[in-house]
Write a protein that binds this ligand. Structure first.
Ligand code: ARG
Length: 483
């Protein structure tokens, strides 16, 4: 008993010791070393921000482009390593940096006091003004920040724009959303009356939509300095990033980068579907994959849980009950973040897709466990008694008599679970798994059309779930006939 206790203490101490090593390299710059060793620089960003970073069609291929990307490419080239882009929601970037998922954030991020407590910043590469985007008809209605009392104003979640609305537009009614295209959608549909954006982004939308315009409203703290965020205590990494920024500033490379980004922003030659169909197709593939993996591993793990719950062993039963209740009682969104960032904290480096699959499977296991348990319980008690009186033992009776009948109850419910996951897995888009909802965001950003992509994706979801439900109905009827 004592031995076990000390073993446990030892393990905990070991674990705690491992934690900081990954997050901050002490004296030596371990992150820079790792980049050199792997030959890969991982840059995190939120590609909903033209002309900084956005999706565009380059020679028939979807690419993330923009002047931030040009900067990232330059830094990687100067370091002599390959560039890898990780796309996440803007509000997930700092967490990803702190848990070692990414090496740098290059996402139009401004330097702020709060962020400096968590991460380090490079030298600035861009100074930018904050602007208020409104519907063209309202352009003259708003002149100063005081004109927004009781007016609903949108901003991207956890950005400096959000802070500006709170601090300077007293009395305004703030709507914070995760993606910029959603904000524009709200503005066009009169759900909000103004959106605070950085000048280049505001200009991009004002140019693109004839219904939008920039109001002549100024902010006191409207000037923000854009830089690259990196983990704390990474002196070598910082030195290299700053060296590249110095070249960019000295040679004024940014002007060229911006021009390139602008050209990519408005290229209109194919039809919407031609251009963006492939995004949806690849999104649908991931959505189906997630549902498939979720049901398969959910079934394996869920069956185990169901048996534990049905077992006579009190401990096993309790464990299963706790797991099932906990998972069913917490949002999938939270579970996804726990799996994705939690594994980073303990030093496991899971890809977004793998983390997404694991989270969905763990979640679905709890629901499948109940399906399996109910399926087994629904088999008439007399069946077990009959099997036993034929001389079978408990195991044999379960295997040859109970399970085959239980499966008939379970299969249809599993099909429903599949349909459910197809819809629920949309939440996985928060960590950047490119399933349908994620791709919808990409299409919104790339096309500057905020509404149409949602209509399309809803049709795709419906087509998927409708077909699968019909198919299941068919199978069910077949099984009914075989009775
Ligand atoms: N500059 C603002 C900030 O740091 C907004 C940046 C948003 N970036 C993006 N890629 N969506 O808070």
């Amino acid at each position: 008993m004592k031995k076990k206790f000390w073993l446990l203490v030892g393990l905990v101490v070991l674990l705690l010791n491992c934690l900081p090593i990954k997050a901050h390299g002490a004296e030596k710059d371990e992150i820079y070393e790792r980049i050199q060793q792997s030959g890969e620089l991982v840059v995190g960003l939120s590609a909903d921000y033209a002309p900084y970073e956005f999706h565009a069609d380059v020679n028939g291929q979807d690419k993330i482009v923009g002047f931030d990307i040009s900067i990232a490419e330059k830094i990687a080239k100067d370091m002599g390593v390959k560039l890898k882009i990780e796309e996440l929601g803007f509000d997930a970037l700092l967490g990803a940096l702190k848990t070692g998922k990414i090496d740098l954030i290059i996402s139009g991020m401004s330097i702020t006091e709060e962020r400096l407590k968590e991460v380090d910043f490079s030298d600035p590469y861009f100074v930018v003004q904050q602007k208020v985007l409104v519907r063209k008809d309202d352009k003259n209605k708003y002149k100063t920040t005081d004109d927004f009392k009781g007016v609903s104003v949108g901003a991207q979640k956890q950005t400096t724009q959000e802070a500006l609305v709170k601090n300077e537009m007293t009395g305004a009614d703030l709507t914070s959303l995760q993606k910029v295209p959603d904000l524009i959608n709200n503005l066009l549909n009169k759900k909000v009356n103004a959106v605070v954006l950085e000048q280049p982004v505001a200009e991009a939308y004002a140019q693109q939509s004839k219904n939008l315009a920039i109001a002549s409203v100024g902010f006191e703290q409207g000037e923000k300095v854009t830089a690259i965020a990196m983990p704390k205590n990474t002196p070598e990494l910082k030195e290299h990033v700053n060296a590249s920024i110095k070249t960019i500033n000295d040679k004024d490379l940014l002007t060229g980068y911006k021009k390139k980004a602008n050209e990519l922003m408005f290229q209109e030659d194919q039809s919407f579907l031609q251009k963006y169909g492939p995004y949806y197709l690849s999104g649908a593939k991931y959505t189906i994959l997630l549902a498939f993996v979720g049901v398969l591993f959910g079934l394996i793990f869920g069956s185990l849980l169901a048996l534990m719950k049905l077992s006579k062993n009190k401990l096993l039963k309790a464990l299963a009950v706790i797991y099932i209740e906990y998972v069913r009682g917490t949002p999938l969104l939270v579970q996804i973040f726990i799996v994705y960032f939690g594994t980073g904290v303990v030093g496991l480096d899971l890809s977004k897709l793998l983390a997404g699959c694991i989270a969905v499977s763990l979640n679905s296991a709890a629901y499948v466990a109940e399906i399996v348990r109910a399926g087994i319980n629904a088999v008439n008690k007399g069946q077990m008694e009959a099997a036993r009186s034929l001389g079978m033992n408990q195991k044999e009776a379960m295997r040859f008599i109970i399970f085959p009948q239980a499966i008939k109850n379970i299969l249809p419910a599993l099909g429903n679970e599949f349909v459910t996951i197809i819809k629920e897995s949309s939440v996985v888009s928060v960590i950047g798994v490119s399933e349908l909802i994620f791709q919808t965001g990409v299409v919104q950003g790339a096309s500057f059309k905020p509404f149409l992509p949602y209509v399309l994706v809803s049709l795709i979801y419906f087509a998927l779930t409708f077909c699968i439900s019909r198919l299941l109905g068919l199978v069910e009827r077949r099984m009914g006939l075989n009775d």
